[in-house]
Ligand binder design. Sequence first.
Ligand code: IPM
Ligand code: MG
Length: 371
Amino acid sequence: MNLKIAVLSGDGIGPEVTLQAKKALYAIGVVYNHEFVFEDAYIGAIAIEKTGKPLPEQTLNLCRNTDSILFGAIGDPKYDNDPTAKVRPAQGLFKLRKELGLFANIRPIKAYPKLMNSSPIKKEVLEGTDFLVYRELNGGMYYGEKTVNEAGTYATDLCEYNEEEITKIAHLAFKAAQSRRKKVTLVDKANVLETSRLWRKVVTKIAKEYPEVTLNCLYVDNAAMQIILNPRQFDILLTDNLFGDILSDEASVISGSIGLMASASLGDKHSLFEPIHGCYTKAKGKNIANPIASILSVALMLEHFGLSAESKKVIAAVEKAIICKVVTVDLNVDSLFGTNEVGDFIVNYILNEGDLYFKRDFVQIGQSTIV
Ligand code: IPM
Ligand code: MG
């Protein structure tokens, strides 16, 4: 397969983790005979610096004309700490999501057996957790009208949804549930919000088209608690843009590190894959950021293009790195491995899985010298 991929590595640790993901994809190309062509473009704070815009036309045009997008992270404390800033890095991402119609953001949440101790949640609670967050990505409070009065003492953010937006993501969620444990949990705040009542009405109607799938509805405050109390109960968690943003960060605690969390953003024509962790500016350039979220985003990309064996290979390589303790400090405080070394190990595994080296127990030591 030939794929042209736009690489928007962005800000903070974005470039260094995206580099590892590119390496993994390249290695998959070598092993399975695919041609992946990468083209880099600016987005976020770096794009503002270079062009004055968080999403330059050139970047948007590139993304419209590629098969897929590999995204890093955006953001810079310079903007976060300045409420008067008119141009912000995140606007680039919002515009990209909207312009490309990327309406469904899918975030897998999984408890890795080897990492149960990295999570503050008890092992008995975590065991067997495996669910997908389906976050609506083109509507809600992110895109509603925003106002602030002249004195800067009053502000509003409008939350809007229409039936069509809810319908589109709901169908995707039910379809995903059909091939999993057949359960959709709609998370909303229907006891308070009109938009949530619309979500319930629309999703309940759509559920009738999927009789083998069970629909549950949970208020978001209760869902926030249930995710920590009993995460195994979820299969597909369907929710709006803002709730999905918040709950997916919360759910990342289950896996042991937000540095493991990948995501896919899908539309009718386009697709974008990104780690959920953000720019983590403090770690920039230190070779300590976990590249696994970005590498697992590549696995989601491969799966999306029907390259299942390739996707499984990437996941196997990541799992091997975890088993061998070739991980960054977020997963092992004593680790001597950095972003590059973890990436190299994963690439090596993809290229040379059959080698004796990977079959030998001593890789277990986490003091390996190959990387
Ligand atoms: C995410 C991020 C973004 C969001 C930020 C960077 C604007 O938190 O993708 O979850 O809020 O959507
Ligand atoms: Mg977020």
